[in-house]
Design a protein around this ligand. Structure first.
Ligand SMILES: Cc1cc2nc3c(=O)[nH]c(=O)nc-3n(C[C@H](O)[C@H](O)[C@H](O)COP(=O)(O)OP(=O)(O)OC[C@H]3O[C@@H](n4cnc5c(N)ncnc54)[C@H](O)[C@@H]3O)c2cc1C
Length: 456
């Protein structure tokens, strides 16, 4: 369960670097569990952003954290996805989210503005007593030493803050990650550029050809599939905005992209080459005042530790598992990390438990994040297949989805998605506690109980 009702017997000081989605969530969970938490965030509450996808495994958590009515005001429910060709503009088919499948999973597919989620999480965290320093940048982190055993972070204003544990949740361009995992080999060039932007719905209503898009996309999120390019839109009724996303995959032989893996870069709409897209897509892109441009560069580092060698600095969210920008599960993976982390530390009674809790956090979260991350990449690649047999087979499959699913198809499809969307992060943490964690204090007497942080 993502709600914590117990207070840890031993209370620690946590310093969270980065008050984004994962940072604010873990701060909320830990403070609720009786710890003292401070968050340092380099931006304010209104950093430019666009739409975030909230898959069922995350909507289930948010429904328990936030009043349902309040959440309904800032989210749009998705019931299905019309699929179009990015070459011809023609419809290929429709992928419905079957109500029977959603009911079984216990969540829904939602969309919300990142700023709205940040605001909700900020309120949750500060209401339970988390201290959040906004507009403050962490410039470096230092592990504890024999002389000064607590880890510290240095701020851009010259301040130095110490804590028992530092959580690096500073996103895809993390400065904490290299301190934990060392220097990493990146693939030589970015494999993907993602542009995200918003269009004011009032402008769309004025355009007779585009207006139906808003009416239809209230509960549908259309996707256009092209050769190494894909384009998607989703309408947010509460803010009267259309979120748009353009994915451009690079060929291995293409020159390196000049962009950066970061959400800080706004680019003019004119930099996007729209030639060859259907007129409706071109017009939509031109209506966005500007775009955030980010890149995705896969690492070659394989599995790495999320906890530093001192056991005092730990990674969470994109800093731990950098994932495809704008992916279906990026927010859900960061918040699931927070739920598992907070649930484990709600059982803290002695300092000796800390290494086993950190080890359990990584062991529970790393395989899941890798699996879900691969699925997100596969899904995005599928939308941008070059012409050929694979793209034809995909289109044929989409066409078949229009027919009513029989029981066999429903079962097959359900099994595929239940693993990702049916997951309950709080239950996973509690299961570990019941099976392993509670024996920690007598671990010496419990054969087979591993209490150290894993070091591969
Ligand atoms: C400004 C911004 C806009 C975004 N817009 C979108 C979007 O439109 N669509 C989408 O799908 N995803 C967006 N994302 C990414 C998305 O929020 C994450 O990929 C995902 O939710 C995982 O959350 P996270 O907490 O790991 O990372 P993030 O949500 O990226 O949070 C990381 C936080 O760390 C802060 N930070 C980084 N370095 C430091 C430092 N040195 N000191 C202090 N703070 C630091 C950042 O400002 C950020 O708030 C955006 C991220 C940011 C930062």
């Amino acid at each position: 369960m993502p709600i914590i009702s117990r207070s840890a017997e031993l209370s620690l000081d946590f310093l969270v670097v980065g008050g984004g989605i994962g940072g604010l969530s873990v701060a909320y969970m830990l403070q609720k569990a009786g710890h003292r938490v401070r968050v340092v965030e380099k931006q304010g509450l209104h950093a430019p952003s666009a739409g975030l996808r909230i898959p069922p495994n995350l909507s289930k958590i948010l429904w328990q954290w936030v009043d349902r009515e309040e959440l309904d005001k800032v989210t749009t429910r998705c019931v299905g996805t019309p699929m179009h060709s990015l070459h011809t503009g023609k419809n290929v088919g429709y992928l419905p989210w079957k109500p029977a499948v959603m009911a079984e999973i216990g969540g829904e597919f939602l969309l919300m503005h990142r700023q709205d989620l940040i605001r909700l999480l900020f309120n949750l965290a500060t209401e339970v007593g988390v201290i959040v320093d906004l507009d403050t940048t962490v410039t470096s982190v230092r592990p504890g030493t024999a002389h000064d055993p607590r880890p510290t972070v240095t701020l851009d204003n010259g301040g130095v803050l110490a804590a028992d544990i530092v959580i690096g949740s500073d996103g895809c361009n993390s400065i904490i990650r290299p301190v934990v995992v060392g220097e990493e080999q990146h693939a030589s060039a970015s494999s993907l550029t993602v542009y995200t932007g918003t269009v004011n719905a009032h402008n769309i209503v004025q355009d007779a050809e585009l207006a139906p898009l808003i009416a239809h996309s209230c509960e549908d999120w259309p996707i256009w599939m092209g050769d190494r390019h894909s384009f998607s839109v989703a309408y947010q009724r509460s803010s009267q905005e259309l979120y748009i996303g353009l994915y451009v995959w690079h060929r291995p032989d293409e020159p390196s992209s000049t962009g950066e893996e970061s959400w800080d870069h706004s680019v003019a709409t004119e930099v996007i080459a729209t030639a060859g897209y259907p007129p409706i897509v071109q017009r939509l892109i031109k209506m966005a005042p500007h775009f955030i441009r980010t890149e995705f560069t896969p690492r070659n580092s394989g599995q790495c530790d999320w906890v530093d060698t001192t056991g005092q600095i730990v990674l969470l969210g994109d800093a731990a598992h950098p994932s495809i920008p704008g992916g279906q599960n990026i927010a859900s993976m960061a918040i699931e990390d927070a739920v598992v982390f907070g649930s484990l530390f709600s059982h803290l009674r002695t300092m000796e438990q800390v290494p086993s809790f950190l080890g359990a956090y990584q062991e529970l979260r790393q395989p899941r994040c890798e699996k879900v991350g691969r699925s997100d990449i596969k899904g995005a690649e599928l939308m941008a297949l070059p012409p050929g047999p694979a793209a034809d087979a995909r289109d044929e499959n989409i066409r078949q989805q229009l027919q009513e699913w029989d029981e066999g198809m429903l079962k097959e499809s359900f099994e595929e998605i239940a693993e990702i969307f049916g997951y309950d992060a709080g239950d996973a943490a509690e299961e570990w506690w019941i099976n392993w964690g509670r024996f920690h204090e007598t671990a010496g007497e419990q054969p087979g109980v591993v209490v150290s942080i894993r070091r591969d």
